[in-house]
Design a protein around this ligand. Structure first.
Ligand code: NBP
Length: 484
């Protein structure tokens, strides 16, 4: 046995990861259910490194050095379970099974538990960066036992992208932690994209700018603290002219955003954990609304739902609006990330993962879709205070959002007046105001709950749980045992 690592499942992701391992000097075993994928890889890329091709799973396993490191890159879901079931009888104690697919973290927790009972390590790992990242350096988020990371970590770190000499791969935490963090990463990606789309839509409607002019705006923004992959590709997309019609490509693309489901998972999990990730939720729902094509057509055909008259901004209203939108975008983005990191903390607390949030910001700086300059600031914030109650409390971010607030309010108010939907901007601002307000309307909600359901309430002036006898004499009773 001479292979350092094996990859089974050689579609685009698996093939590129296998090539990345081999290019980095690791002897890489290859397996795929359909043999042609193995043969094609060897024929096309065999010269890139040292590959060991196998025709069946048993010889694939036998070609691996111990502890065996087997990476599964098949379609997430049933296929992963099918491969694990086939693989387990062939493995021996201490071997490591790695799932690099987009698994739900609950599935990863279940699989980790089952394999642990067999004396095997199961590493559920997030792999970000798509096929390009898989080949040239992804961001890698591995979960599982600490012990397995000792044997596996160095190999994964060697194929991950490097930023300032630090690999974008680190141990995340036990069982489902890696896939959980990857899921939140994808959720943040949804939020970030939605906010950028709102900025684009608002500038287009509000100022009547062309896509090419807006490409220039985004290019300028990419030189400041918004510098990121997503802002960069926004400019590229807006600049693109459709060869067939001569129009901006963005104007011939159907405006119905699709989704594969990781954003939805993030929101479902956030609801279960009770974490207000409004930025991600609004982004998922905005995609759903855009995708409700028949309903939108019916509404437009009916022509009965009217909007404000007067289309664009003029004079003083237009002055400084581009910069104001920039500020609103930045502040809303800070909120979306703050919520995402709160969610990582909540998951970590719930499942006992002890995730290092600063380390997550560090490994997202390269390889992945949300790579951004800004992540350095997040890392610094958590380096200064790992127990920060909210990213918004860090000095840098606190002053960034506070300084942006006038612009932010102007932008949201203008969007409302123009009838341009900005659920991301406005919900981020509502969250900011909700968090900073000393008293919230929730006191009334508690009063209502007590009236119709005797759900009780706490008082600001003394300890205990209270209930008002709403349909009795209106007096108040202390309900908790301490008071009885
Ligand atoms: P696919 O998700 O399209 O899966 C194709 C692979 O699964 C092929 O190797 C196929 O074998 C194998 N497979 C299937 Br389908 N059912 C199987 C079964 N019952 N037993 C054994 N093998 C089976 O490949 P992909 O697009 O390369 O993605 C791989 C994983 O990476 C997925 O989990 C995906 O969600 C994830 N992914 C991640 C990113 C990212 O950016 N992180 C991007 C894209 C995908 P065959 O050749 O015999 O049909």
């Amino acid at each position: 046995a001479r292979a350092d690592i094996g990859v089974t499942g050689l579609a685009v992701m698996g093939r590129n990861l296998a090539r990345n391992f081999a290019r980095n000097g690791h002897v890489t075993a290859l397996h795929n259910r359909t043999q042609s994928r193995v043969d094609e890889l060897v024929a096309q890329f065999g010269a890139e490194g040292d590959f060991v091709a196998s025709t069946d799973l048993a010889s694939f396993v036998a070609s691996l050095k111990r502890p065996r490191r087997v990476m599964i890159m098949v379609k997430a879901g049933k296929a992963t379970d099918a491969v694990i079931d086939e693989l387990v009888p062939l493995l021996e104690e201490g071997d490591i099974v790695i799932d690099g697919g987009n698994a739900h973290f609950d599935d990863t927790r279940r699989r980790e538990q089952a394999l642990r009972a067999e004396g095997l390590h199961f590493v559920g790992t997030g792999v970000s960066g798509g096929e390009e990242g898989a080949l040239n350096g992804p961001s890698i988020m591995p979960g599982g036992s600490k012990e397995s990371y000792e044997a596996l970590g160095p190999i994964l770190e060697s194929i991950a992208v490097d930023v300032d000499g630090t690999p974008c791969c680190t141990y995340v935490g036990p069982d489902g932690a890696g896939h959980f963090v990857k899921m939140v990463h994808n959720g943040i990606e949804y939020a970030d994209m939605q906010l950028i789309a709102e900025a684009y839509d608002l500038l287009r409607q509000g100022l009547g700018k062309t896509p090419a002019e807006l490409a220039e705006v985004f290019r300028t923004w990419n030189e400041g603290d918004l510098e990121s992959f997503l802002i960069e590709i926004t400019a590229t997309v807006l600049d693109k002219v459709d060869a067939e019609t001569g129009k901006a490509l963005v104007d011939v693309i159907v405006d119905a955003a699709e989704q594969k489901g990781t954003g939805r998972w993030t929101v479902q999990t956030a609801l279960e954990l009770g974490v207000p990730t409004t930025g991600i939720a609004e982004a998922v729902f905005a995609r759903s609304l855009s995708g409700s094509v028949d309903q939108r057509k019916a509404v437009q055909a009916a022509g009965t739902l009217v909007g404000p008259s007067g289309a664009s901004l003029t004079g003083a209203e237009a002055e400084g609006f581009v910069e104001a939108v920039r500020d609103a975008l930045y502040a809303s983005k800070v909120v979306a990330y703050a919520q995402g990191f709160d969610m990582i903390q909540a998951g970590s607390d719930q499942y006992g993962w002890d995730v290092d949030k600063g380390a997550m910001a560090t490994i997202w700086r390269g390889g992945c879709i949300i790579r951004a300059q800004f992540l350095n600031r997040i890392k610094e914030a958590y380096d200064k205070d790992a127990a920060l109650a909210s990213l918004l409390l860090d000095d840098y971010f606190a002053s960034a959002v506070s300084n942006a607030q006038d612009s932010w309010r102007r932008v949201v108010a203008t969007a409302v007046r123009l009838g341009v939907p900005v659920p991301g901007f406005s919900s981020a601002l509502a969250y900011y105001d909700g968090l900073r307000r000393e008293r919230l309307g929730a006191a009334l909600v508690q009063g209502q709950r007590d009236l119709f359901g005797a759900h009780t309430y706490g008082r600001v002036d003394k300890e205990g749980t209270y209930h008002t006898l709403w349909s009795g004499d209106g007096s108040e009773e202390r309900q908790d045992t301490a008071g009885q």
